[in-house]
Design a binder for this molecule. Sequence first.
Ligand code: TK8
Length: 338
Amino acid sequence: MTPRFKIRFIALAAALSCAFAGAAAAADVKPRLIRFGYGLNEDSVQGRAARHLAQELEKISGGKLKMKTFGSANLGSDEQMQGALVGGAQEMMVGSTAPLAGMVKEFGVFDLPFLFNSEKEADAVLDGQLGQDLLDKLEAKGLVGLVYWENGFRNMTNSKHPIVRAEDLQGIKLRVMQNQIALGVFNTLGANAVPMPFSELFTALETRTVDGQENPVTTIQSSKFYEVQPYLTITRHVYTPWVVMASKKWWDKLSPDEQRLVRQAAVASRDFERKDSRADSLKAMGTLEKAGMKINTVSPQEVARMREKVQPVVDKYTQELGPDLIQRLNAEISKARN
Ligand code: TK8
């Protein structure tokens, strides 16, 4: 190097290192390890989106915010993880809204059957003011709700026979999520509803402790329920979301810059997850058929009958959750529908 070039080179290097130091100082981000738990296995929509979230966060934080993901309920069922977040023993998770309704009853709106007709309607409500208002209610309970991921429209599987009419549910022990509304809905339709955490479900189906369950086709495929459930009935009886959450105890220790980065990565994971879920849902039907499941779709007339049967449950919970909230919800849905 000539002396003149050397001076220029040193000046450039100094300027660059100042710029980096400046960026680092401007963003108050400390090295942290975040444990993120979820209930499905690694090869599921949840698993793929969890990895996407971890990669995104690591990238936008310059490698400082490291996330370790734990699938298959290895950190506990949805309910157990909720408790761990509240206590500050775990930093983040994704789980269903159904068990959250035990803490913030208004999340029960997503267990009301036949509410949404399409993913578009669900997105509009979840990403709109109502969805945000529900997330805000979590703070008082020790949780920070960040974004909604898609779980999806739920369908029924069982080991006895196809469900063609509501009456076919009679005598079927059907696992439901741990939620009063789900319990009421399926008992009213004629099943023997058994609330149980998802983490115990495969074994319960395999040992015939229960005869059936209900979940989106993506989960029926990734959790290999087709190995123990010959019948799949497309009912799309309810659309349930997942919520990505952080422990408030932990969140409050983060700097505003760190909180901003976690929020930003969560939004990116939401967009990735919904796209992936919708593509996977189309593929899953073919896979389940190939795996030998006998698939039927309930007729629109039968859906109308089921709707009528569960109306008393809807009325009961409209009162309990608040008629104003349900009215607002229906208004947001009709806006998205038209
Ligand atoms: C996974 C659950 C699951 C849900 C259920 O932890 O419990 O049936 O659909 O996705 O949240």
